[in-house]
Design a protein around this ligand. Structure first.
Ligand code: HAM
Length: 422
């Protein structure tokens, strides 16, 4: 019986990796423009880290984590997101000691036991960025500018940026109480899930997809009407800077994030092309998170994008993959051996070369060269070996030159390198 992969965890096949590599290298390029450096943390952390940061009553911690005990009885969890691990690493390595502001980015697999569907998987990949050490509203705007710059760079412009402010520990409790009081009067219209969680996590009720719950909360109090002066001022500054940078956005006071660590600015980048999975990127401020995981009391802000969702949005627009620089069609055993030797020498010089290991007729080898989209073909038979030269054919226009195949292959190399990029 054959063994299949785990449900919700996908292979990224060779035909898809060029797109993934493009998405990743664009992130490296754009993020470095804004002063971000890459950090790589383990995929496994102590379970406690996620419980403390994401929040005990969130869907992620309640029902989506891959948690297990190691052989020593230590509870470990496959990371469901990247922010908490970065904060853990920041605190552990005392990064605040080396700079007042730290900008980090990461990319890699995350794990959530969700119901798989298009755009939602159990192993998925995020590209994320975090800034630690400043509560300046210009940082909020810069993080958003970088995110939109990235989307422009990868050719995805049909997205909507929505922003909100979730307040701070000073103003959120007052809002929360009002929201709970509002919900309590409408309990009969709510789904079982919301009735169960409205006291522990009332904001989640605003985000419930059940039509009855959405209807019952149309008139719910808005978090933006309950911000303290500090949060109001911060949000106004963020909007002002976004205006200065001419970045389009919409305010969505009902935006609720599925993680508890957020304070003040939160945002999502939405698309209408992925059905229910409309968020391609999301993030926000988390000014108390670092302290919560045992680090210094420093503010932070960041985002993460779902790479599978980016790839789905790019759809058919794939990077073109160039075929080998050279294909050597060899006729006969001696020529086959010589073709292999020449190929190996040229590869050492940085030239991409292929041969046909099955040999076969010239016609079948030319077909293979075509299939691989080889740019040139060197035809090598007994005669060519005897005279020390061979025809080199340009596949694009069919033109042919005779090149010398001497011991050092100077002639052939010069031809390949001089016509590079043709
Ligand atoms: P999140 O909203 O949970 O935030 O995830 C961010 C993005 O990851 C989503 O917008 C989506 O594109 C992608 N994503 C999430 N779950 C899945 C899934 N099951 N399958 C496919 N893609 C998925 C965070 O994770 C925060 N750590 C973001 C952040 C960084 N906030 C501050 N800094």
């Amino acid at each position: 019986m054959s063994i299949s992969g785990v449900k919700g965890m996908n292979d990224i096949l060779a035909e898809d990796t060029p797109l993934w590599q493009e998405l990743e290298s664009a992130a490296r390029r754009i993020f470095s423009l804004y002063g971000f450096s890459e950090i790589r943390t383990p995929v496994v952390e102590r379970t406690e880290l996620f419980c403390r940061s994401i929040g005990e009553t969130t869907d992620i911690v309640e029902k989506e984590m891959y948690t297990f005990e190691d052989r020593n009885g230590l509870s470990l969890t496959l990371r469901p997101e990247g922010t908490a691990p970065v904060m853990r690493a920041f605190a552990q390595h005392r990064m605040h000691a080396s700079d007042q502001i730290t900008k980090l980015y990461y990319m890699g697999p995350m794990f959530r036991y969700e119901r798989p569907q298009k755009g939602r998987y159990r192993q998925f990949h995020q590209i994320g960025a975090e800034v630690i050490g400043s509560e300046d509203a210009r940082i909020d705007a810069q993080v958003l500018a970088m995110l939109l710059h990235y989307f422009e760079a990868i050719g995805l412009q049909d997205v909507e940026l929505q922003i909100n402010s979730l307040g701070c520990p000073e103003c959120r409790p007052g809002y929360r109480d009002q929201l709970v009081a509002f919900i309590e009067q409408r309990l009969d219209s709510l789904c079982d899930d919301c009735r169960r969680r409205y006291r522990t996590n009332p904001l989640r009720v605003l985000d419930c997809k059940v039509p009855g719950c959405a209807e019952a909360t149309v008139e719910a109090p808005s978090v933006l009407d309950h911000l303290c002066t500090g949060c109001q001022d911060h949000f106004a500054r963020v909007r002002g800077h976004l205006g200065d940078l001419e970045l389009p956005y919409a305010i969505n006071p009902r935006m609720v994030r599925g993680l508890d660590y957020y304070t003040r600015t939160t945002f999502e980048l939405l698309t209408s092309h992925l059905g229910a999975q409309s968020a391609v990127a999301a993030g926000g401020r988390y000014d108390g998170l670092l302290r919560q995981v045992g680090g210094p009391d420093l503010p932070g802000i960041g985002f993460a994008m779902g790479v599978e969702r980016l790839a789905l949005l790019r759809g058919e627009s794939r990077p073109t993959v160039e075929g080998p620089d050279l294909f050597i069609a060899a006729l006969g055993e001696t020529a086959g051996r010589e073709a292999f030797r020449i190929m190996s020498k040229l590869q050492l010089k940085g030239i991409r070369v292929e041969i046909d290991y099955r040999g076969g007729s010239l016609k079948s080898q030319m077909r293979r060269a075509d299939k691989l989209a080889a740019q040139r073909v060197l035809i090598l038979g007994e005669d060519e070996l005897n005279r020390g030269t061979a025809p080199l054919k340009q596949m694009a226009d069919g033109s042919q030159v005779e090149v010398r195949i001497d011991e050092k292959l100077f002639d052939l190399c010069a031809h390949l390198l001089s016509t590079e990029g043709d």
